[in-house]
Design a protein around this ligand. Structure first.
Ligand SMILES: [Zn+2]
Length: 150
C-alpha cells in the first residue's frame, strides 16, 4: 500500500506565515480535502527539503535550461546541508551560473522551506489552481506544490 502527500511550501524558503494565518489555511485545506488522513502544519527553525519521493524529478538549470546530472546535485545537497540547508550559490556544470539549490528547476516540483502544510493521502488528485491561489492569499505567499509519492 503506497501513500501520497501534498506539501505546500512558500517560494521563499525562509518565509513563515503568522500563526493565525497558518490555522486559517489549515482549516480551509480541511474543507478542500475532507477525506485526507492527516493535515499537518510543519514549522522548522532551519530550512528543510521537501522531496517528491518516487516521483523522481528532472533537474534543470534555471539559466540555460540544460538537464543537471543527479550526481552533481546530490553532492551539492550534501555540501549545502549543515543543521538545515544554507542555500549557498553553486556554479552549475553546464553554464557556470551561480544558483542556490532552491532556484534550480525541479520537474516534478521539490521545495526548500521552514514552513509547510503537509497533507497525507489527500484523495483529491491534484490541488486545483483556484484552491492554490486561495491558500496563497491566506498565507500571503506564493506556494510550491510538492506531490510526494512513496
Ligand atoms: Zn546552465
Amino acid at each position: 500500500m503506497s501513500d501520497n502527500w501534498i506539501a505546500l511550501v512558500p517560494v521563499d524558503p525562509h518565509f513563515i506565515p503568522s500563526p493565525g494565518r497558518q490555522t486559517i489555511a489549515r482549516n480551509r485545506l480541511d474543507e478542500i480535502a475532507p477525506d485526507a488522513d492527516q493535515i499537518e502544519i510543519i514549522v522548522s527553525e532551519s530550512v528543510r527539503f521537501f522531496d517528491c519521493g518516487a516521483n523522481f524529478p528532472k533537474i534543470l538549470c534555471p539559466s540555460c535550461g540544460k538537464e543537471i546530472a543527479l550526481d552533481w546535485w546530490s553532492e551539492r545537497m550534501d555540501d549545502d546541508y549543515q543543521d538545515g540547508f544554507k542555500l549557498d550559490r553553486y556554479c552549475t556544470p553546464c553554464c557556470n551560473s551561480a544558483s542556490p539549490l532552491h532556484e534550480l528547476i525541479y520537474d516534478w516540483p521539490q521545495a526548500f522551506g521552514c514552513f509547510a502544510l503537509d497533507v497525507m493521502n489527500p484523495r483529491i488528485g491534484t490541488l486545483e489552481n483556484e484552491h492554490r491561489r486561495e491558500l496563497e492569499e491566506i498565507l500571503e505567499t506564493k506556494l510550491v506544490v510538492v506531490y510526494q509519492h512513496i
